[in-house]
Design a binder for this molecule. Structure first.
Ligand code: C2E
Ligand code: MG
Ligand code: MG
Length: 412
């Protein structure tokens, strides 16, 4: 069964933060404690090496928000400590301090990423008050809602159960921000379906989308998602957030030639202009009924909707699809993004995809961006947009609005 919920946005004030300082040098440790207190942090613990730090974490009732750790320490050094934090899936933000030079610190950053940890900062000693206040501000800005929690022993649902949930409006979109890589601003949101089951909690798409598609019943969910997403997008515009919304379309829906007009009617009923909505379609070799699919896609484009080719690179007919549908966006599949730092082949596919998008005059977007390094390389390659856990998880409507405002604050 799946249980859990979309978390609440919690931005902590510094006096509510819990911080652990790991430093063997008495002078450096006392300096750090003094600087933290000067910045109104009151809940501080300290340890002189990795072993004592792990003991402090084990013994603590409440989780630490921030761990500031030295690298060079006796007994257990910072590298081993970081590896164990990664193994424990620590949720605390990590800051590394060291007297070593920038090149060395950059390799430590890469090592952290390889262990699944994204450090909030890597600081060269001596630490200044400016360093600490910047870090604490970053920590507040980075406060993310806790991830969605899906229980792994989910029952499989019957079509009847799913359809009843659809009729009772138990399916809601969550919104994952899409940012423009040149301005860092949120320019769009992908609406992803979640089933808020009255008994089983939050259910992820793979437990209901394939069943709805196979039984030819996906359209009811599609129209509900389009309508709720259009209303959300209009509500963002009303509070000054000029943001597009993307909705996923199943290919099976495209066989009905009335689809485009029905989608247009649902969107117009919410007051939203179709130009604000992008419809994401995955490429597939099995576009069995090609002609009606092409008719629908052409009509949607004519009506003003954006069209995105989702999971680009994973299907068999990507290039052919690109040449026959007037897509406005090419979405690079996350399997390439997750391998881009280690596999030359993945990098080549990403660079080529961005190049194709440029030549066709359409936007390129990378999905599944999980680290700062991936984001930097995508910027270097000239990718237009990005989406992924490093930027933000899929968020509830309220958390999404809060996230857009917090991003604005940092860029204006
Ligand atoms: P998708 O359209 O490719 O959506 C992206 C998926 O990647 C989402 O999974 C999202 O939560 C996940 N994701 C985003 N960033 C990251 C990241 O940094 N790392 C990793 N590992 N994953 C990331 P989700 O929500 O489970 O959706 C899965 C798929 O279900 C979607 O893939 C889409 O094909 C389908 N889907 C979701 N909602 C709908 C819907 O309303 N209608 C239809 N037809 N399909 C939907
Ligand atoms: Mg998608
Ligand atoms: Mg995708």
């Amino acid at each position: 069964m799946f249980t859990g919920s979309v978390g609440e946005m919690k931005i902590k004030s510094t006096d509510a933060m819990r911080v652990l300082v790991v430093e063997d040098d008495d002078f450096q440790r006392n300096l750090m404690l003094r600087l933290l207190r000067m910045n109104n942090v009151v809940d501080i613990e300290h340890a002189s090496d990795g072993i004592k730090a792990l003991q402090a974490i084990e013994a603590s009732d409440a989780a630490f928000d921030l761990i500031i750790s030295d690298l060079d320490m006796p007994n257990m050094d910072g590298m081993e400590f970081i590896r164990i934090l990664g193994e424990k899936n620590s949720a605390a933000s990590l800051v590394i301090t060291s007297t070593w030079n920038e090149t060395f610190l950059s390799s430590i950053q890469t090592m952290c990423n390889a262990y699944g940890i994204e450090p909030l900062g890597v600081l060269q000693k001596p630490i200044t008050n400016d360093n600490i206040s910047t870090l604490l501000r970053l920590l507040q800005e980075n406060s993310q809602p806790t991830s969605e929690v899906f229980d792994s022993d989910a029952p499989s649902f019957s079509l009847d159960e799913i359809m009843q949930g659809v009729r009772e409006n138990q399916f809601k979109p969550v919104f994952q921000p899409k940012i423009d890589l040149s301005s860092n601003r949120v320019v769009g949101a992908e609406a992803l379906a979640r089933w808020q089951h009255p008994e089983h909690g939050l259910i992820a798409p793979f437990a209901f989308i394939p069943i709805l598609e196979q039984s030819g019943k996906i359209n009811e969910l599609t129209f509900s998602m389009i309508s709720q997403s259009a209303i959300a997008c209009q509500a963002w515009a009303n509070v000054g957030l000029e943001i597009d919304v993307s909705v996923n379309l199943s290919l099976t829906s495209l066989t009905d030639t009335k689809l485009a007009s029905q989608i247009y009617d649902v969107v117009r009923a919410s007051g939203l202009r179709p130009e604000k909505m992008i419809l994401e379609v995955t490429e597939t070799a099995a576009m069995t009924e090609l002609a009606p699919a092409l008719e629908n896609l052409a009509r949607m484009r004519m009506r003003g909707f954006g069209l995105s080719i989702d999971d680009f690179g994973t299907g068999f007919a990507s290039m052919q699809q690109l040449s026959r549908v007037a897509f406005t966006e090419l979405k690079i599949d996350r399997s390439f993004v997750s391998l881009m730092l280690t596999k030359r082949e993945a990098r080549a596919i990403i660079e080529t995809s961005i190049d194709i998008a440029n030549r066709l005059g359409i936007k390129s977007i990378a999905e599944g961006v999980e680290t700062a390094r991936e984001l930097d390389v995508l910027k270097e390659y000239g990718c237009d947009l990005a989406q992924g856990y490093h930027i933000a998880r899929p968020l509830s409507f309220d958390d999404f609005v809060a996230f857009c405002y917090s991003k604005r604050g940092t860029n204006e």
